[in-house]
Design a protein around this ligand. Sequence first.
Ligand SMILES: C[S@@+](CC[C@H](N)C(=O)[O-])C[C@H]1O[C@@H](n2cnc3c(N)ncnc32)[C@H](O)[C@@H]1O
Length: 221
Amino acid sequence: MSRLRNIPKAKEAVRNSPWVLKEAVDKAAVFENDAPLHLEIGMGKGRFIMAMSQLHPETDYIGVEVYESVLYRALQRLDEDGIHGKEPDRADHSNLRFLCVNAVDLPEYLEDGSVDRIYLNFSDPWPKDRHAHRRLVSAGFLRLFSRLLKSGGIIEFKTDNTGLFDYGLTQYEEAGFELLYRTYDLHADQEEMRENVMTEYEEKFSAKGNKICKFKIRVVK
Ligand SMILES: C[S@@+](CC[C@H](N)C(=O)[O-])C[C@H]1O[C@@H](n2cnc3c(N)ncnc32)[C@H](O)[C@@H]1O
């Protein structure tokens, strides 16, 4: 993503926001329920996870974004809804929170086996070979995510970048996942599109005529 410039106030707003979790997540205490937990890792400005949290009030969501300046955009969106300043438990989206951390540090914040589903949407491609370990669909990251997932937990990955997509398809087996679904043209799959929620990048790239690829993998443990 083209990095948004360091927006003054972003750091402070993210640190002070009641929507942003600051320490190891006690899920029952945060959400006061035992609903399934879904993460989006690399949520950007949050369009996808905000829509999902409204469509599925029966599920809890945590959006993970490494950059404060980007997460700040999501908080501003809550402002537009008039709820940013409110306590999450008194507002719409009460099933949504954020973590401003690098994915690599997630085990410090989430218990092993506590997550039902992970969404990776338009993850950064890191095209150079020497940066392959930074790709969120590399075997190293997938193994880390498998630790967080419950038995049978699922990862859904969407991208328009066929190089990154094909790379991910070479990685999941080694990381202990099995393939449930794969397409190189998601928007032509009417069945799968029934539940599809567009991300910011998906909207931008599909409008340019790029095809959207998607796979779903399930952890075998
Ligand atoms: C290309 S954007 C996609 C945003 C959004 N998911 C979408 O589809 O519109 C990728 C986002 O992932 C974030 N990101 C990249 N690597 C990350 C990491 N290791 N941990 C957390 N977030 C990361 C970036 O800062 C960026 O906001």
